[in-house]
Design a protein around this ligand. Sequence first.
Ligand SMILES: [Zn+2]
Length: 198
Amino acid sequence: MASQEIENLASALARLPGLGPRSARRAVLWLVKHRETALKQVLHALGAVQDKLVECHTCGNVDTQNPCSICADPKRDAKSICVVEDVADLWALDRARLFTGKYHVLGGRLSALDGVRPEDLAIDSLLGRVEEGGVDEVVLAMNATLEGQTTAHYIAERLEKRPVRITQLAHGLPVGGELDYLDEGTLAQALRARRPLS
Ligand SMILES: [Zn+2]
């Protein structure tokens, strides 16, 4: 059996998404073996992120600068805002490198079951960004789940009287599918075939 320190590291890593206790132990073993190179590098990277991590006040993205690198990028088209549930969805969509506009992170989805109400999500700040003007299109990129689609319809209703085009990702996303788990090709396809919300 390993020492308490090593046990603690393994159980901390086991809580990461995608890592169970067994792969956490494997990761610890690997880090111990490569302590002079990889362990130092991981520690340094974690420290740098921890020192600088901030939430973007405009879009809700998590980055090491506020406004985030996407909001601050003048090459991004500010006329188009893609609304996502979580930061993971933003990162997944942005990896597909097809959408050139800006994003807005809601911080979840409406859920009667979990007691998530509109005021718990960053919906007012989205309306605020649209109200400021200069936005032509709002792309609703919610997950293809019942709650995701309920959220999309709620936002579409709130935006109804604003002079913006509202589109959503094309179906073809697997039902019940979470954006974060899709490959970039499927995501790119869904984004390309986005259509007006009916
Ligand atoms: Zn931002």
